[in-house]
Design a protein around this ligand. Structure first.
Ligand code: IVH
Length: 781
């Protein structure tokens, strides 16, 4: 390396030095990664990379296609290669009480339409508090192991997993599928955890807060030799991809996993019915202190795998299993202050700042106080000793204060009247569309409010949206305050902005490794699944489930945006909303009033009662609907005016498509339309799209079934299955299920009691069939 400043080099010299640097860095990468034997120190390596960047900044046209600076993360930082799971790794829904557990049983009974006499068998397994892993075996040989990651893509930690004695390199016994992903939990026992922490503390190394963190840290060591020194253990309890079925029940599957050489939890039991679930929970609570490892509840799973299959999934959790959590732990601490936080949507939330206290294995310093009413109701005051509760990964809650400990002179908390942001907007109670007051207080500053802007960014990088690792609160705030990141697209721009990255390198606390890790983590998200893309927009009322439904419905980002934009121009106006909000007037009534449109063509006599006149003008209205109109609008002219206005303001076809998507509905549809009606939101979405390489279309529905691609409406009561099951079945076969009948509906499955939807279908000439015909069509009869 020459010492000459980059700017003083001739072009020929720069070319030569860049070539040399590229070779040298590549050599060190190999020595470090593949041979585990680096030949230079980190600092020397970083200096080489810095020099490379310096030259590339001075001679941007000389940046090589294979430049070390473009090989972001791949150098020292990219620790683990991504592994796409053959079948996604899901999480579980939680149950917190006996009622919840019984409701789980009842829900399954309803979904499967089981008679009261038919018993449902379950497994009740301890919920191991570790981290899940997926182990791929081909022809009985362990070939690859991965962490859960975001559920779809995990990290390749094969070599680290190989060091765990409980994970067989080769399956024993026989009868395993050719290909199988075994799923289970990597964990650390209490004794091992204590010993490891003691040893680390003695050596001046990092100690961990609890066995789970310790197990996670141990598994994600870059050097498997370190992992090998950690006494990690593994319990198998599930599977992902399999080349062929190998069991008929969960219980039988657990036995097979054991035959093949895995440890399975000895406390697992097979139980029957709701009461069986409750008994299993009590039994697990009783053995919990004697296990020697952490469990945080019981996992109930429907035993029969054919039933599991029928029950299927809701977004990211199975319908056939639930985690019954142990009760929350409580602790006492001092409430030191109450801060006001402004959320992504402007909602104002008071946050309790607490004297640090350990609850359930983690140190808690903040807790939500929800809203002003809640503070008033609980009458917590600054200086109080409060009772804190934390359950699982749930946000800690303040239950109340301890009266005997209240300091003299503690005064009731006064809620601020203006937003803490620069705009100082008055904080007012929000009202619903119908004018009722709610407990929500909101800052109306939107993107002009810096708090909301940063919350949007936080939401964007969060786990369930873009899941950008390493871009935590601190970093994001830092970039935001520097003015580098104001909107999502800026995050991606930053990853390619050598000037800013160079400035970061010169900043305290940002090593080469953390910068290249960050750049790699950002770049990895330039391909993003459509549902996450939609969720990441941060539109109010558009959560994960709604985002997934939208993604499945529209399939591609182009279609989604086209319809959302069109819907933005077709939002319903006030007159229309007034009609739809009128009690006594259903969808059919609304349609009839719209058809009438305020124009009776002079054919309706005006010398009869108002009710009679309405009946003649709009024959489809029933008496209740007429009474509602009369009561609300008073006279003929007013009713005609509203009908005219509403007809002109009715939402268009695209808006209706949006709100017709199952799990979306009119409120979320309105929010989406409003979002896309804002030019500044538009600009942000466009800028973001320009930074992305691909928005991955939602999983293509099946195309080889009789109903693939068709839009189906179920109406009336079904007798062989529930509406939910019918819907899940239709969706699994590639159909779209909608809640309302329109020209776009392909098929209506009508059971007894079908009413207006059936009528609309007949009017529109849509194909109609019975439940039996449906079952015959899809082969489920
Ligand atoms: S079954 C589709 N069984 O709990 C459901 N999970 O909240 C697959 N866990 O990610 C999971 N013990 O890490 C299952 N006996 C058990 C479990 C268990 C612990 C963890 C697992 C999972 C999480 C879900």
């Amino acid at each position: 390396m020459t010492d000459k400043p980059a700017a003083d080099l001739s072009e020929a010299e720069a070319v030569e030095e860049l070539t040399r640097l590229a070779d040298e860095l590549a050599r060190h990468d190999i020595a470090y990664h593949r041979e585990d034997a680096p030949t230079i120190s980190d600092a020397e390596y970083d200096a080489l990379k810095r020099r490379n960047t310096e030259l590339e900044t001075a001679f941007p046209h000389l940046v090589r296609d294979n430049s070390p600076s473009l090989r972001v993360g791949a150098a020292r930082s990219e620790q683990f290669a991504p592994v796409e799971h053959g079948v996604p790794m899901l999480s579980l829904d939680n149950a917190f009480s006996n009622e919840d557990a019984l409701e789980f049983d009842a829900r399954i009974r309803r979904f499967l339409r089981l008679s009261g006499a038919e018993e449902i068998g379950y497994t009740a397994e301890p919920k191991i508090d570790g981290l899940s892993a997926s182990l791929r075996y081909e022809k009985g040989v362990f070939v690859q192991g991965a962490t859960r990651g975001d559920g779809r893509v995990g990290e390749d930690v094969t070599e680290n997993l190989r060091t765990i004695a409980d994970i067989p390199g080769r399956l024993s016994g026989s009868g395993w599928p050719d290909v199988i992903e075994i799923r289970g939990e990597v964990y650390l026992g209490h004794e091992e955890f204590a010993a490891l922490n003691a040893a680390n503390a003695a050596a001046g190394l990092k100690t961990y807060a609890n066995p789970r963190n310790s197990a996670a840290g141990s598994l994600r060591q870059i050097d498997p030799k370190i992992t090998a020194t950690r006494p990690l253990k593994f319990f198998a309890y599930a599977w992902g991809l399999i080349s062929e079925p190998f069991a008929q029940t969960q219980w039988e599957a657990l036995a097979k996993l054991k035959d093949w050489g895995f440890k399975t939890t000895p406390e697992s039991r097979r139980v029957v019915s709701g009461q069986g679930l409750l008994d299993a929970y009590s039994a697990m609570e009783a053995v919990r202190p004697h296990l020697g490892y952490d469990i945080d509840g019981v996992v109930y799973k429907v035993d029969r795998l054919d039933w599991q299959h029928r029950l299927g999934f809701i977004t990211r959790t199975p319908r056939w299993a639930v985690a019954r959590k142990f009760p929350a732990e409580q602790a006492r601490t001092i409430l030191e202050a109450i801060d006001i936080q402004v959320g992504r949507t402007g909602a104002i939330t008071p946050v309790a700042r607490l004297h640090p206290v350990t609850v359930g294995g983690v140190v808690v310093v903040n807790a939500t106080l929800h809203n002003a009413d809640e503070i008033a109701r609980k009458d917590v005051r600054i200086g109080d000793t409060v009772i804190l509760q934390r359950a699982g990964d749930v946000i800690p809650q303040i239950l109340g204060y301890v009266p005997e400990e209240r300091p003299a002179g503690a005064v009731p908390y006064e809620f601020p009247t203006v937003c803490p942001c620069d705009l100082k907007t008055p904080i007012v109670k929000e009202t619903t569309a119908a004018g009722a007051e709610t407990v929500v207080r909101r800052c109306s500053g939107e993107f002009a409010c810096p708090f909301q802007r940063i919350e949007h960014l936080r939401h964007f990088v969060s786990r369930r949206a873009y899941d950008i690792e390493g871009l935590g609160e601190k970093q994001l705030t830092f970039f935001f305050e520097k003015g580098w990141v104001a909107e999502p697209a800026d995050i991606f721009r930053l990853a390619r902005d050598e000037e800013k990255l160079a400035e970061l390198r010169a900043t305290d606390g940002y090593g080469e490794t953390s910068i290249s890790n960050l750049v790699a983590a950002i770049n990895a998200k330039r391909r993003i699944p459509l549902d996450r893309f939609i969720f990441g927009l941060g539109v109010r009322h558009v959560g994960e489930t709604t985002s997934m439904a939208l993604a499945r419905h529209f399939e591609t980002v182009d279609r989604f945006i086209a319809v959302a934009n069109a819907a933005a121009a077709q939002r319903a106006g006030g007159g229309y909303l007034a009609l739809t909000e009128l009690e006594g007037l259903g969808p059919t009534g609304v349609r009839a009033v719209l058809d009438f449109g305020g124009n009776d063509l002079g054919l309706v006599p005006d010398d009869v009662s108002l009710d009679k006149r309405l009946q003649l003008a709009i024959p489809k209205l029933n008496s209740r609907a007429r009474a509602a109109l009369i009561e609300r609008f008073g006279d003929w002219d007013a009713i005609a005016a509203v009908a005219r206005e509403a007809a002109a303001q009715a939402p268009g076809e695209d808006f209706r498509e949006l709100s017709g998507v199952d799990a979306v509905g009119p409120v979320a549809a309105r929010m989406i339309a409003e979002f896309f009606a804002e030019p500044h939101n538009h600009a942000k979405v466009d800028a973001l799209l320009a930074q992305l390489d691909e928005v991955i279309p939602a999983e293509r529905p099946k195309t080889d079934t009789a109903v693939a691609g068709k839009t189906i409406v179920f109406t009336g009561s079904l007798e062989k299955m529930t509406r939910d099951e019918a819907k899940a079945q239709a969706e699994a076969l590639g159909a779209k299920v909608s809640g309302s009948v329109s020209k776009k509906t392909d098929l209506v499955v009508a059971g007894p009691g079908a009413g207006s939807k059936l009528k609309t279908a007949t009017d529109l000439g849509v194909q109609v069939m019975t439940e039996d015909e449906w079952l015959a069509l899809v082969g489920g009869g």
